[in-house]
Design a protein around this ligand. Structure first.
Ligand SMILES: C[S@@+](CC[C@H](N)C(=O)[O-])C[C@H]1O[C@@H](n2cnc3c(N)ncnc32)[C@H](O)[C@@H]1O
Length: 307
């Protein structure tokens, strides 16, 4: 595993993913019942942005200035983005009034800042140094459990939770060639055990990985709940990553309405080239169940053995 999220922390993809993630949390918190937040690929928890340009051998161009950097000092943000930036600022209170972000919270800390006493967090991180940082960072938090386990195993094993409500964020690094097959395979089982869970899957738009393969995989599932897809393209010409998306299975009430203005704003503010855009569309508007096709000899009175 070579992936290190600190190079990418606070970039445009983190901004999109985290702003929408927080809207999912808020939408779930409209009901008083607690829920489990399962972060299958949790990362280190938070990131010192000064490290973003320290590559193994040479300096790298940091990515956060074109992400959180563009929102940090922006007045007139739509509500969802205003609240997201406020949480990022609150995470590093000594820097709250400064003109640039210094420490960026990852998905675990963003959600933890909103968690109510009845909500619970399960954070999975397989890479040892990131897991150690995560474990230390959450050592004092009673409602949070850090697991050094494969996030896909957790998705299969931790659901349904006793609360009967859950939000799972699936945010892998897409280093493995079969990452999408792993996601779809784990969801296939998770949905059978827990069809009403909210599942959010982040994906990059690159030459190698795109939304289409993931959507085909999801459409092949025997059970697909209502599924909303949000995508953001910041530079259609980019040879690296032109944009990214978030697929949400069972989006909670109110999420679509909050996401739409935020995405529209991000497509303008985070543009890195001509032709930036954002879309929000349904992959499945209603729950779809594919009945297995029964093949083989016909069962009927004629095939019954005589008594
Ligand atoms: C994109 S980062 C996560 C970022 C984090 N979700 C956030 O938004 O702040 C992906 C993380 O998944 C970890 N990882 C990779 N494969 C994993 C697996 N199968 N199970 C658990 N963690 C994994 C990597 O070490 C990396 O820290």
């Amino acid at each position: 595993m070579n992936y290190r999220h600190h190079f990418h922390a606070g970039n445009f993809a983190d901004v999109m993913k985290h702003a929408l993630l927080l809207e999912l949390v808020r939408a779930l918190q409209r009901k008083p019942g607690g829920f489990l937040y399962l972060d299958t690929h949790a990362g280190a928890g938070s990131y010192d942005l000064a490290r973003a340009k320290q590559g193994a051998s040479a300096e790298r161009a940091p990515e956060h200035p074109d992400g959180i950097g563009r929102l940090w000092v922006n007045a007139g943000l739509p509500l969802a983005l205003h609240e997201y930036v406020a949480l990022v600022r609150r995470f590093d209170p000594r820097n709250e009034g400064a003109d640039a972000c210094r420490v960026y919270p990852g998905s675990p800390w963003l959600v933890q800042q909103l968690a109510r006493p009845q909500d619970r967090l399960a954070l999975c991180e397989r890479e040892p140094s990131a897991n150690l940082a995560l474990t230390r960072s959450f050592a004092q938090e009673r409602r949070v459990k850090v697991h050094a386990m494969d996030g896909y195993v957790a998705l299969r094993g931790m659901l349904p939770p006793p609360e009967r409500r859950a939000l799972a964020l699936i945010d892998p690094p897409y280093e493995a060639k079969d990452e999408i097959a792993q996601i779809v395979g784990a969801l296939r089982e998770a949905l059978v055990r827990f069809p009403t869970g909210v599942y959010a899957i982040w994906y990059p738009l690159t030459g190698r990985v795109g939304g289409a393969t993931l959507f085909d995989g999801l459409r092949s599932l025997p059970l697909l709940p209502p599924t909303l897809v949000a995508d953001l393209i910041v530079d259609p010409e980019s040879a690296r990553m032109s944009g990214c998306g978030l697929v949400v299975l069972n989006p909670p009430y109110g999420f679509e309405e909050a996401a739409e203005p935020a995405l529209r704003y991000l497509s303008r503010t985070l543009a890195q080239g001509r032709g930036s855009s954002a879309t929000l569309r349904w992959l499945a508007k209603v729950r779809r169940v594919v009945k297995p096709v029964v093949t083989g000899p016909k069962r009927g009175p004629a095939s019954r053995s005589p008594r």
